[in-house]
Ligand binder design. Structure first.
Ligand code: UN1
Length: 509
């Protein structure tokens, strides 16, 4: 494996896992070791943040906030523009690191960096558009308006599956809004965090910015808990499992802090009688096996009209037969490994559960062995026919496991699709306008994302990303998601010589 990209990104065998942005102090204490699921090799180690270092990071961030918030938003946007430019320069190397450390295909690794570049561009434009409304006061010679101010420190907890893009959605928007941020990346992909921080350090230095604007901390849930319990961190944006999200929501809620949660999905495609089969096959296959089924938007369920059921099942099974599984940096392969052996164990346990509840195997699963599969993390994408009320299909297993189930009426299909606890992404494949409009109506999909003739994954950055129910309710990335990173202030200004009270109240002495 050619590892030149590590050097380009400033990564060493031992990396400082705690950084406030422009300098690095090596911490010789406890380390996280990052092993690649691609070949099982140790890529590097990252020092774990100590409580003392954490407090120092927060103090630096608090001080940096006082400076950063005073810089006009368009000038903050200019710094973000430069970060986007630096990402363009390092796109190849960072994409390779994402692919090697996380295991997604190189195309998807580059795609993730492209998503970062795009959110930088979006944030630059946004830096001149942080608009508030003006209202008509009910009192004469008064003016009312609202404005948006930054919150302070934004704590970002990110997952292994999008180890760089999801941080950028949060951090780049938070930055133009005037916040500083503290990032705890997944302990399963810590080097991606260090690489992004190193690129930030170059941009910060070139702009004479103080330390503490973008900060990196590393460790397990305990390090995350320092942030979730810390009243100095007004907003926690967390991406990961529903289990983790419930703990974060309760901890931050107990101190009445704000949360932005991006949790599990259980995404379905409804395939109707009139569906265009070419679109179905591409959308369902990429949705189910892309990123080895480890996107929160991965397609997990196909709900198929009974008249097309056998056709979808058979054509898709044939397409599964064409998949090449192996080294994700080799562009001939479609599917790389799962993130680690724990994920493999969960995949196997889910297959056992499906078989136990009477699911019918269409494409069997299994762990791959032999040359090229030494890491033990490569599995076969698999496909099962289950009943609409399958218990297993209600759970999100973060692996390439796809369920298919039949339906008779669209109302029934929508009810099945909405019957799961999660509510992130959904899609309908149809050429019938009545069907697509019903699916998008209030009586249709209950998800945060509802697509027509597109699969469930691969959302564009321009839209608000997130979902309902156990997905957590947060919205990140595009549209007006920026409002979650700011506090709204309503201002009423009296330019008269009287002080009339609202609601017509008289209060004369
Ligand atoms: C995630 O899996 O956490 O919509 C994010 C998509 C990507 C982002 C997924 N743009 O599939």
């Amino acid at each position: 494996m050619n590892r030149d990209f590590l050097q380009e990104l400033g990564l060493r065998a031992d990396n400082d896992g705690t950084s406030t942005g422009t300098s690095s102090h090596h911490n010789p204490g406890v380390h996280l070791s990052s092993y690649s699921p691609v070949d099982g090799q140790l890529i590097g180690r990252v020092s774990v943040t100590t409580r003392e270092q954490y407090d120092a990071v927060i103090e630096k961030a608090e001080a940096a906030f006082l400076h950063w918030r005073s810089i006009p938003a368009p000038q903050r946007g200019e710094v973000v523009r430069q970060y986007g430019q630096a990402l363009r320069e390092h796109k190849d190397a960072l994409g390779r690191l994402v692919s090697y450390e996380m295991g997604k295909s190189l195309q998807e690794g580059w795609g993730e960096v492209q998503e970062m570049i795009d959110i930088c561009d979006f944030a630059v434009g946004l830096s001149r558009q942080l608009y508030g409304l003006t209202m008509h006061s009910e009192r004469p010679l008064h003016r009312m308006y609202e404005q948006w101010h930054p919150l302070g420190i934004v704590g970002i907890i990110s997952a292994f599956n999008f180890p760089v893009a999801v941080w950028s959605w949060n951090s780049m928007i938070a930055l133009v809004c005037g916040n500083v941020n503290v990032w705890k990346p997944s302990e399963k992909a810590p080097l991606c965090g260090v690489a992004c921080q190193n690129i930030w350090a170059g941009v910060a230095k070139a702009n004479n910015l103080p330390e503490g604007i973008c900060n990196l901390i590393n460790g397990d849930y305990q390090v995350g808990e320092w942030m979730t319990t810390d009243t100095r961190v007004p907003l926690i944006s967390a991406t990961g499992s529903t289990r983790m999200g419930k703990i974060v929501a309760q901890t931050v809620g107990a101190r009445l802090g704000k949360t932005l949660l991006e949790l599990g999905g259980n995404n379905a495609i409804i395939i109707t009688e009139s569906a265009d089969m070419d679109l179905v096959l591409t959308g369902a296959l990429f949705g189910a096996v892309g990123t080895c089924g480890q996107r929160c938007t991965s397609t997990r369920r196909l709900i198929v009209h009974e008249s097309r059921y056998a056709e979808v099942r058979d054509k898709l099974a044939a397409a599964y037969g064409q998949l090449r599984i192996g080294d994700p940096l080799d562009q001939h392969n479609h599917v790389g490994p799962l993130i680690d052996k724990d994920a493999v164990a969960m995949y196997l346990k889910a297959i056992e559960g499906i078989e136990a509840e009477g699911g019918e195997t269409i494409v069997p699963g299994g762990v791959l062995e032999g040359p090229g599969y030494e890491s033990g993390c490569y599995v076969k994408p698999c496909f099962f026919a289950v009943k609409a009320d399958s218990k297993m299909a209600r759970h999100e297993t973060f692996a390439p496991i796809l369920y298919i189930m039949p339906y008779a009426t669209l109302e029934e299909a929508i009810a099945i699709q909405n019957s799961v606890p999660q509510g992130l992404s959904s899609a309908i494949m149809t050429t019938n306008m009545r069907e697509s409009e019903l699916f998008l109506s209030a009586a249709g999909s209950d998800c945060g994302i509802a697509n027509v003739n597109i699969g469930t994954s691969g959302a564009e950055i321009g839209g608000a990303f997130g979902g309902e129910k156990e997905t957590g309710g947060g919205r990140e990335s595009g549209s007006d998601s920026w409002k979650a990173y700011m506090r709204r202030q309503t201002n009423t200004i009296n330019y008269s010589t009287q002080l009339p009270l609202a609601q017509g109240i008289k209060f004369d002495l």
